[in-house]
Ligand binder design. Structure first.
Ligand SMILES: C[S@@+](CC[C@H](N)C(=O)[O-])C[C@H]1O[C@@H](n2cnc3c(N)ncnc32)[C@H](O)[C@@H]1O
Length: 280
């Protein structure tokens, strides 16, 4: 009998790779709004762009957190001025942090509003980031030294196809996936922690992290929409041309995030475990 993990891996890896699965779905259905899944994903993030950075988990702001992220990234990436592509860059947390360290940054995202926000921030900080609007599975083929992503994989219809495309745009380069344990795959302990933080946030009358959530019909087409374990991601990476994977727990980032939390109760609940899966 298949275990849940095996069934999920089947969905991630063993499905035949199609060039644009969402596109295929668009042509057979769409929704009452007339939008197909890819347009729904884009619209979701276009709407989210205005408030995305208000969340401390999306946009760590304290000097300690930024320094911890910078340190972890330097250990995982080739040294600057390497050419790095940040896929699903959003408002550019990674792209801007790396540009500040002297990396030559390119950033790709489906959402024009997210990219506009990134460009606004880059201009404000006097940093240069080359932006591309489009699908993660169709990156610019620029021979990058590294490809990075943070919290993109869960929203891709075919994560294995995207990883294969990233390998083609960095054939000699490095892969760094920055992820955390969340959603149904995180287990009951993490879910309790998350509920605790959400209750505290509501008590403080703070807005939620996002303006809404994906439609169930869209989520059903995203194999990792409930999060992914490190085991699943190692299996996924190793099933592609990237080959042998390494896992690094991002303890400095966790430590800095915990110290930067707004209350003693938040600090007592602790932080979401974060990790990187790297290859080459
Ligand atoms: C959870 S946000 C993460 C943003 C950023 N990486 C960060 O760490 O803050 C997911 C981002 O992926 C983008 N995205 C979703 N589906 C995509 C796709 N198929 N191709 C490219 N970008 C996509 C969204 O527009 C959004 O900006």
């Amino acid at each position: 009998m298949l275990t849940t993990l095996e069934r999920q891996l089947d969905r991630i890896v063993l499905r035949p790779a199609r060039k644009c699965e969402l596109g295929a779905c668009c042509s057979v259905g769409g929704t009452a709004s007339g939008e197909g899944p890819i347009e729904q994903v884009r619209s979701f993030w276009d709407l989210d762009a205005a408030t995305y950075d208000n969340s401390a988990s999306h946009n760590p702001r304290t000097a300690l957190e930024l320094a911890a992220w910078a340190g972890e990234l330097r250990r995982l990436l080739p040294p600057p001025p390497a050419r790095v592509l940040d896929v699903g860059t959003g408002t550019g947390f990674l792209a801007l942090l790396l540009a500040k360290q002297g990396y030559q940054m390119s950033a790709l995202d489906l959402s024009p509003a997210m990219l506009a926000r990134l460009q606004e921030k880059a201009a404000g900080a006097g940093l240069e980031v080359k932006t591309f609007q489009g699908d993660a599975a169709e990156p610019p083929l620029d021979g990058f030294d590294a490809v990075v992503e943070r919290h993109l994989l869960w929203t891709l219809p075919d994560p294995a196809a995207a990883l294969a495309a990233w390998d083609r745009c960095a054939p000699q380069g490095r892969l760094v996936l920055l992820e955390s344990l969340w959603g149904g795959t995180a287990g009951p302990g993490q879910r309790l922690r998350r509920h605790g933080h959400e209750s505290l946030r509501r008590l403080r009358k703070e807005a939620p992290d996002h303006h809404g959530w994906y439609d169930e019909s869209v989520r059903a087409q995203l194999p990792l929409s409930d999060g992914a374990t490190p085991e699943q991601l190692v299996f996924l990476v190793e099933s592609t041309a990237w080959g042998a994977a390494r896992v690094v727990r991002l303890r400095d980032v966790e430590w800095a995030a915990r110290r930067s939390m707004p209350s003693v109760l938040d600090r007592a609940l602790g932080v979401t475990p974060r990790f990187a899966v790297a290859a080459r």
